[in-house]
Design a binder for this molecule. Structure first.
Ligand SMILES: [Fe+2]
Length: 217
């Protein structure tokens, strides 16, 4: 069975129907953010299922999510044919990257990065897991009393067929209490924080949770 995750059934009616009511707000551009040190060294394979590393291999640990949404421009028009690359930590907050200097357990069954392309409606989809948070030693802000850590997040770069790449990272509303102390997010306005935060809805019956995130570039 082919592992690639297809659009269609995975984009539940709720997420598509919800787009119209949320559209005006979500047509506000998503705040950009640096790629950070864990950016893939080369373009990932065309693979949108990060929950396994091989066809019939074991499943990665962690809470599975179907991450989907649309890439839109500021006029709320879908951006078709845009390349979407994501990279993230495993459930233990570890990256699979030469710049990962911590020595903790790293999930061998997780793919860590993926790549897909938007369809005619600007839609994209990945099957992945909610990453773990991780410490960032030496990056705390003592004046604000912040703990030096990153809340769970997924990095992404969207490259339209015409135009410049757009890079940022998305957070999860599951962790709103933690998000406001994240080293990247805490400096943002509440509106910016909202634009950078994906909603997560229980998938039910052991299915992956539905994580909806529109990317306005
Ligand atoms: Fe990160």
């Amino acid at each position: 069975m082919k592992r690639r995750v297809f659009l269609g059934n995975l984009l539940v009616a709720g997420s598509v129907a919800g787009a119209s009511s949320a559209l005006a707000e979500q047509c506000l551009k998503v705040p950009a953010s640096g790629a950070g040190p864990m950016k893939p060294l080369q373009k990932p394979l065309w693979e949108n299922d990060l929950t396994r590393t091989s066809e019939d291999g074991p499943q990665a640990a962690g809470m599975r999510i179907t991450l989907s949404g649309r890439v839109l421009n500021a006029a709320c028009e879908p951006v078709a044919g845009a390349e979407v690359v994501i990279w993230q930590a495993c459930v233990n907050g570890m990256y699979n990257h030469p710049n990962e200097h911590r020595n903790d357990w790293r999930d061998p069954n997780f793919r860590y990065e993926g790549r897909t392309v938007t369809d005619e409606q600007g839609r994209y989809v990945f099957l992945t897991i909610v990453p773990g948070s991780y410490p960032v030693p030496g990056k705390s802000d003592p004046g604000l009393g912040l703990v030096s850590f990153r809340a769970p997040h997924i990095h992404f770069t969207v490259t339209p067929s015409e135009g410049e790449p757009f890079t940022s990272q998305m957070f999860f509303d599951l962790f709103d209490d933690m998000n406001k102390f994240d080293l990247v997010l805490y400096k943002r306005t509440l509106q910016e924080q909202k634009l950078l935060t994906a909603s997560v809805i229980d998938g039910g019956d052991g299915e992956p949770a539905q994580c909806q995130f529109d990317i306005v570039v």
